[in-house]
Design a protein around this ligand. Structure first.
Ligand code: CA
Length: 230
């Protein structure tokens, strides 16, 4: 793990330093930012393999920072570290693109175990790059072809992009805002129904005539792609 670099964004100086020491002793390279803005600057400055974010931060909070990170990088694992533990807080974190949620106070060994899970997953994703899979659906990123079971599915470019984002982030709740930015590249009117229209197209092509539905709605929060309901 010596080549793995972790960014910690945490304004409680003592906690940040303890965490830095423990992670360094576990073999990681560690950078620490004390507020959301410098966290964002560090993130754009260097390549990180994983990011640990506090939620309550000066200048830019962890939810916002996570959202900004996701605009640029959909893949780097983000673990939110916080004392805010209501289901609403968690959903907000996941909606902004966080991968995991660890409640303070936490046991370092548990955090370390989760870090290892994410880094292993990233490594495996790299090996199988070129193909994205969920259930019996397979996407070939190079040729932009999609097959479900033994049925070839014809998608428009936009539909393909939307599906690729869903499958890349499978089992994760994605906000409308996140999906619209990723697929259309700029902010639509918040009440536009373009996303719903495209999700409807995708469902008709992907999920109709299939026992396992892959595209799900979480009312009030967004959408996710999964073999099961989250
Ligand atoms: Ca804090």
């Amino acid at each position: 793990m010596a080549d793995k670099r972790i960014l910690i964004v945490e304004d409680e100086h003592r906690l940040a330093e303890v965490l830095r020491k423990q992670l360094e002793e576990s073999g990681f390279q560690v950078d620490v930012a004390g507020d959301g803005l410098s966290g964002y600057r560090m993130f754009t400055d260097k390549d990180f393999d994983l990011i640990i974010l506090d939620v309550l931060l000066p200048l830019m909070d962890g939810f916002q920072l996570c959202h900004e990170i996701r605009k640029v990088n959909g893949k780097v694992p983000v673990i939110m570290l916080t004392a805010l533990g209501t289901p609403e807080d968690k959903l907000q974190g996941f909606g902004r693109g966080a991968d995991d949620y660890v409640l303070k106070p936490f046991d370092f060994r548990e955090l370390l175990a989760r870090i290892h899970v994410f880094l292993k997953r990233t490594a495996q994703a790299g090996v199988s790059s070129g193909k994205l899979k969920i259930a019996d659906l397979e996407m070939d990123v190079a040729t932009k072809t999609v097959v479900r079971g033994n049925r070839k599915i014809d998608l428009t470019a936009r539909e393909y992009t939307l599906l690729e984002i869903f499958v890349q982030h499978k089992d994760k709740l994605l906000s409308r805002e996140f999906l619209i930015e990723k697929v259309w590249g700029f902010d639509f009117e918040p009440n536009t129904n373009i996303l719903d229209v495209y999700i409807n197209y995708l469902r008709k092509k992907i999920d109709v005539n299939s026992g396992v539905k892959l595209i799900h709605t979480k009312f009030g929060f967004g959408f996710y792609c999964s073999e099961t309901e989250l």
